[in-house]
Every structure is written in C-alpha cells, then in structure tokens.
Design a protein around this ligand. Structure first.
Ligand SMILES: Nc1ncnc2c1ncn2[C@@H]1O[C@H](COP(=O)(O)OP(=O)(O)OP(=O)(O)O)[C@@H](O)[C@H]1O
Length: 259
C-alpha cells in the first residue's frame, strides 16, 4: 500500500528571471521560494492502479520524486507497505520501482545491458537476471531490439527498456511518471497491458498521465493535484460522478472546486 499524507516541497528561486510568465503569476511563488507542492495526500491499495492527474506544472512529478526518495519533502509523510520512506529511504528504495520522466539509458550499452546493470545493483544473481529479463522482454515486447545498442532506439524502445529497468527487482509498488508520453498506439497498449499485469499480481501502481482514456481503461482510483494541492483522491466511479460520468468534465470540476 502507498500512503502519502500532507506532502510539501518548496524550491528556492535562484534566478527569478528564469521563471516562466506562468510561474511568475502563480500564487505558489512566495518571495524567494516556489512552493511546488503544498499539500498532497493520496492512497493506493494492493491491486489498485491510481491515475495521478493535474495540469502542467501542478506538482505531479515533484510528488512522484518525493514518493520515490529522489527528493526529500519539507513536510508530510510517505509510507510504503508500512515502511516510512523518509526515515528508511534505503529500505524503501528496494520496495519501489520508479520510472522517471527521462529514460536516461546508457547509449553505448544494449537494452539488455542497461537492465542487467540495474539488476546487479539490486544484488540479483546471473540466473535471476536472465530469467527476469526473459520475462520482461516477453511482457514488454522487446525481443527484436533488446540486444542492440540503445543509443539509436526509438522513444518507445527506450521507454520499454526504462520500464523493464525500473521493475527488474520485482518491486512491491510501481510508480511511473507519464509512462506513455510520446509513445505510438502499439507501444502505449503494450505499456498499459504491462500495468494491467502488475495489477493482476496485486502490485499497487501509481502513474501520472494527461490521457483520460488511460484512466478510464485502467485506473481504480484517481488523484488530482492542482497548484500543488490535492483536489481529489478517491475511486474512479466517485470521480466520474462529479460530472455525470464524464471524465473530462470531472477533471475540470475537481480543479474548479479548488479555485
Ligand atoms: N528544482 C526545481 N526548482 C524550482 N522549481 C521547480 C523545480 N522542480 C519543479 N519546479 C516547479 O514546480 C512546479 C511543479 O513542477 P512539476 O514538474 O512537479 O509539475 P507536473 O505536474 O509534473 O507538470 P507536467 O504535467 O508539466 O509534467 C513547476 O512550476 C516547476 O517549474
């Protein structure tokens, strides 16, 4: 189970001139600090898929980075299957599979070698690594390119390898930052099927997205963040009931309610 309560994170603004016009107008800019995440709470139970929604700049990536231990929150708590992530980041990291926004593969290595490298960091044996990569290659449809150098991979190939790398250690929970952004229809479907497989195994999956069709296809729960504040966290059905069954309208309603 993933539980986030009252998470907050501000960044110091080193050079205000570098802020976008939108950020300058944003009420989260207070003096020398930009309060990216102000108050975010959500939960995701075993076997549930949670879709994290919010406009550009809402604070989704910042929230996911705190959840994955990549960033330290200013306040709030994050618990994964009973482990307090903030006080036990090393233990928590083993439990988490995290796909960040940038795939960051080593271009000189093949897809397989990129995955192997992470598997070794997790202390997996040669036998375990081979078996796990075989399984992931099948699930993510990677056989045709897995042994090629990754520098010339398409966006979809890179993303599949990055997902395989994130889950190679069979984590207890999976967190994916916009896993289908930039992917074609086939690759998107492969990734969505992969998430569905995780759900069937009872693994909680939390992913951020701008695609409402993915939410209706896959998600049990929805969380909405706007300007760093949680506007909704609940079952999909409760979310759609905000606007007579229309996901699109429900999203707009949830955001308007906070303003
Ligand atoms: N290291 C940082 N320093 C200063 N501001 C930051 C930093 N990281 C994020 N921000 C700002 O915090 C806000 C929230 O960013 P974040 O990337 O979490 O949003 P998001 O909801 O993931 O957006 P998108 O949907 O566009 O990916 C943005 O205005 C961003 O510019």
């Amino acid at each position: 189970m993933i539980e986030i309560i009252g998470l907050a994170k501000k960044f110091s603004v080193e050079n205000p001139k570098k802020l976008s016009e939108q950020e300058r107008q944003d009420p989260r800019l207070k003096g020398r600090f930009f309060h990216s995440v102000i108050d975010v709470s959500l939960t995701c139970q075993p076997g549930e898929v949670l879709g994290l929604l919010g406009p550009n700049g809402a604070g989704k990536t910042t929230t996911l980075r705190m959840l994955s231990t990549a960033l330290k929150p200013d306040s709030g708590s994050v618990t994964i299957n009973g482990t307090d992530v903030l006080s036990n980041p090393v233990v928590a990291r083993k439990k988490i599979g995290f796909l960040s926004g940038s795939t960051g593969l080593y271009g000189r290595l093949s897809g397989r070698e990129n995955i192997e490298y992470f598997a070794k960091l997790h202390g997996m044996s040669e036998g375990q690594i081979k078996q796990r990569i075989d399984t992931l290659a099948e699930l993510l449809d990677m056989h045709t390119f897995l042994d090629r150098r990754s520098e010339n991979f398409s966006t979809g190939m890179k993303q599949k390898v990055a997902i395989a790398r994130a889950v190679v250690h069979t984590p207890e929970v999976v967190i994916l930052d916009e896993p289908t952004t930039g992917l074609d229809i086939m690759a998107t479907q492969t990734v969505l099927n992969f998430i569905r497989g995780l759900k069937e195994q009872g693994t909680p999956v939390l992913f951020s997205t701008h695609h409402l069709d993915e939410v209706s296809e896959l998600c049990d729960r929805v969380a909405v963040i706007d300007q760093g504040i949680s506007q909704f966290d609940g079952p999909l059905q409760q979310f759609t009931e905000l606007a007579d069954g229309s996901l699109h309208q429900a999203f707009l309603t949830s955001i308007k309610q906070g303003n």
